[in-house]
Design a protein around this ligand. Structure first.
Ligand SMILES: C[S@@+](CC[C@H](N)C(=O)[O-])C[C@H]1O[C@@H](n2cnc3c(N)ncnc32)[C@H](O)[C@@H]1O
Length: 383
C-alpha cells in the first residue's frame, strides 16, 4: 500500500514516462531504467526516497555489519602503504556507513588517505552521508569531499564501489534463431506494459558477439547486457594514475550469467525490503538492478589499461582480509557484541546469504601487489 506522497510521486513519474513513450510509441528498457532511476527530481536515485536500511527498500553489506568496511579498510591500507599514501574515491556511498567504517579503521591502522572523495549522484544521499560522517567521525570530516565528477587531476590511490554497477541501465533482449528482439515499454490502457521490437544493429551486434563468445541461448531466451559498463568504468577510473579499483557487487562470470535456467534474465527490484522481478511496478519508487557480467567487467579492466588482479567471492574476500581478527577488534572482549558480529559475518559470508552471490574484483594500474582479499581463492579462470 502506497502513502499519498508515494502515490503522487509514482503518478508524476508515470506521466513523465508516458510522454517519453509517446514520442516514439515505445521506450527501450535501457532508457526506461535510466529514467526510472535517474530522471532529475523524479528518479529513484535523484528524488528523495529513503532507499537503504530500516525504513528503506534494501540492505547492503555495509548496512549489515561494520565488519565489511573494516575488511575493506585492511585491503585499502595494504594498497595505500605500497603507494606511500594516496586518496580513496568511493562511488555511490549510500548512507555513508561504508565511508565511516573504512575511514575509522584506516585511522586506527595509521593509513588515512589524503582525501576521501565521494562521487554520489543522489543529492539526498549526499546529505545523509554528510550527517552520518558528522555524527560518527567529526574529526575526520575535513578529509571527505563530495564530487559531481571523477577528479579532474590525476591521483594515486583507490577507487571503490559497492553495489553501484548493478544500477547501470541495461538493454533487455530476446534471442531467436532468426533474429533478436529488444524489449521496451509502452502504455496499454493507461498502464505500463512490455513490448518487443526487432532489435537495432547495435543490439544485434552485441548479442552476436556474446553468442560468438560461446554463450548458447535457446529460442526465446530473455536476458540483459550493460552497454554502458565499458565507457562508464573507463570514465570513472580515468584520473587514477597508480593504484587499484575495487568493485563489489552481485554477479557472475559470463558462462554462468547466461545459463539456460536464467532464461528470464537477472533483473531484481526492491521496494520496502521486498524483492521482485517487475521493473514496471512503482516507477521512481523502487530500485531496479541487474546482475553484473563479471567477464564484461574484466574486459573493461583491460580496455581501460588496468591489469586484472583478483576475482573472488565476497566470502573468500572477507576471509582473506581476516574478518575473524576484525570481529575480535570490534567486539573488544564484549561477548554479546561478539555474538552479534558472528551473526552478521554469517549473513555476509554464507553461500545462501551474501557470500557467493556477491563477488569482489580488483584492477591494478601502474603497480603490482598481491592483495590479501584475493589470496585465498582465485576465480579469474572462470571469466
Ligand atoms: C545500492 S546503493 C549502494 C550504496 C553503498 N555503496 C552501500 O554499499 O551501502 C547505490 C549507490 O550508488 C549511487 N549511484 C547509483 N548510480 C550512480 C552513478 N551512476 N554514479 C554515482 N553514484 C551512483 C546511489 O545514489 C547509491 O548511493
Amino acid at each position: 500500500m502506497l502513502t499519498d506522497t508515494q502515490a503522487l510521486h509514482c503518478a508524476r513519474m508515470c506521466e513523465h514516462l508516458t510522454a517519453l513513450i509517446a514520442a516514439d510509441g515505445w521506450l527501450s528498457f535501457e532508457r526506461f531504467m535510466d529514467t526510472a532511476l535517474y530522471a532529475p527530481g523524479l528518479g529513484y536515485y535523484s528524488a528523495g526516497a529513503h532507499k537503504l536500511g530500516v525504513g528503506g527498500d534494501f540492505t547492503t553489506a555495509p548496512e549489515v555489519s561494520p565488519l565489511f568496511g573494516a575488511c575493506i579498510a585492511r585491503q585499502c591500507a595494504e594498497i595505500l602503504r605500497a603507494l606511500d599514501g594516496g586518496c580513496v574515491l568511493e562511488i555511490g556511498a549510500g548512507s555513508g556507513s561504508l565511508a565511516a567504517d573504512v575511514l575509522s579503521r584506516l585511522e586506527t591502522l595509521g593509513a588515512l588517505p589524503h582525501h576521501y572523495w565521494i562521487l554520489e549522484i543522489s543529492a539526498d544521499l549526499r546529505e545523509r552521508q554528510r550527517r552520518h560522517l558528522e555524527r560518527r567521525l567529526p574529526h575526520l570530516l575535513e578529509h571527505v569531499r563530495w564530487l559531481d565528477q571523477p577528479p579532474a587531476e590525476s591521483f594515486d590511490g583507490i577507487i571503490l564501489a559497492n553495489e553501484v554497477l548493478d544500477a547501470l541501465p541495461v538493454t533487455r533482449f530476446r534471442w531467436h534463431r532468426e533474429g533478436v528482439e529488444e524489449l521496451g515499454v509502452v502504455t496499454d490502457k493507461g498502464r505500463l506494459a512490455w513490448e518487443t521490437r526487432p532489435a537495432g544493429p547495435a543490439v544485434v551486434e552485441a548479442c552476436r558477439r556474446l553468442a560468438k563468445a560461446g554463450v548458447a541461448w535457446d529460442d526465446g531466451y530473455v536476458s540483459e547486457y550493460c552497454p554502458r559498463l565499458m565507457a562508464w568504468t573507463r570514465g570513472v577510473t580515468q584520473s587514477l594514475r597508480t593504484g587499484a579499483a575495487l568493485w563489489l557487487d552481485y554477479g557472475l562470470p559470463r558462462s554462468q550469467y547466461y545459463l539456460p535456467e536464467r532464461h528470464e534474465g537477472t533483473l531484481l527490484c526492491h521496494f520496502r525490503h521486498r524483492a521482485n522481478d517487475n521493473p514496471l511496478l512503482y516507477p521512481g519508487l523502487q530500485d531496479i538492478t541487474a546482475w553484473v557480467d563479471y567477464t564484461l567487467l574484466a574486459e573493461a579492466s583491460r580496455a581501460a589499461g588496468f591489469t586484472l588482479s583478483g576475482f573472488t567471492t565476497q566470502s573468500f574476500f572477507l576471509a582473506g582480509l581476516k574478518v575473524d581478527l576484525e570481529m575480535k577488534a570490534i567486539a573488544g572482549g564484549d561477548v554479546n557484541q561478539f555474538a552479534r558480529l558472528a551473526n552478521q559475518a554469517r549473513q555476509l559470508m554464507l553461500p545462501g546469504e551474501m557470500g557467493e552471490r556477491f563477488k569482489a574484483m580488483a584492477w591494478l594500474r601502474g603497480m603490482d601487489l598481491p592483495l590479501s582479499g584475493f589470496a585465498l581463492q582465485d576465480l579469474r579462470h572462470t571469466l
